[in-house]
Write a protein that binds this ligand. Sequence first.
Ligand code: FES
Length: 156
Amino acid sequence: MASIAERVRAVVEEHRGDRGALMPILHDLQEEFGYIADEMVPALARELNLSRADVHGVVTFYTDFRSEPAGTTVVKLCRAEACQSVGAERVVAHAEQTLGSKLGKTTADGAVTVEQVFCLGNCALGPAAQVNGRMYGHVTPERFDSLIAEAKAEHA
Ligand code: FES
């Protein structure tokens, strides 16, 4: 099996000559590995002639990219204005408290990752959430708990 450094080199090669290649390269790597591992950063910096800080900055700035593997269940909670006005922050606070992990992080057992997003295109039914790619509306703290329980049961 190819090492991570070899895969990074191969993906960079596919985008050689593209302008602004870093973003598509990161998307490709995330699709393949599920996240951008720390060890990819120096390899990318070297291949693309960028500083490590530049690469790291892009990975951490865009919420599209994860720097650690995602949990079995991935929940995206909308924090944009329309959802905020109908209680999204209560759901976020509840999620962090009950799961014991911060937004963008995965629970210690690897079961759940909760991420923030800014609009899921479901504004009329806020607070909106997506659980493993499925969209839900009117998400209250209680509904959040049942969505997590259902998702866990599905993967049990
Ligand atoms: S503002 Fe939350 S889905 Fe649009």
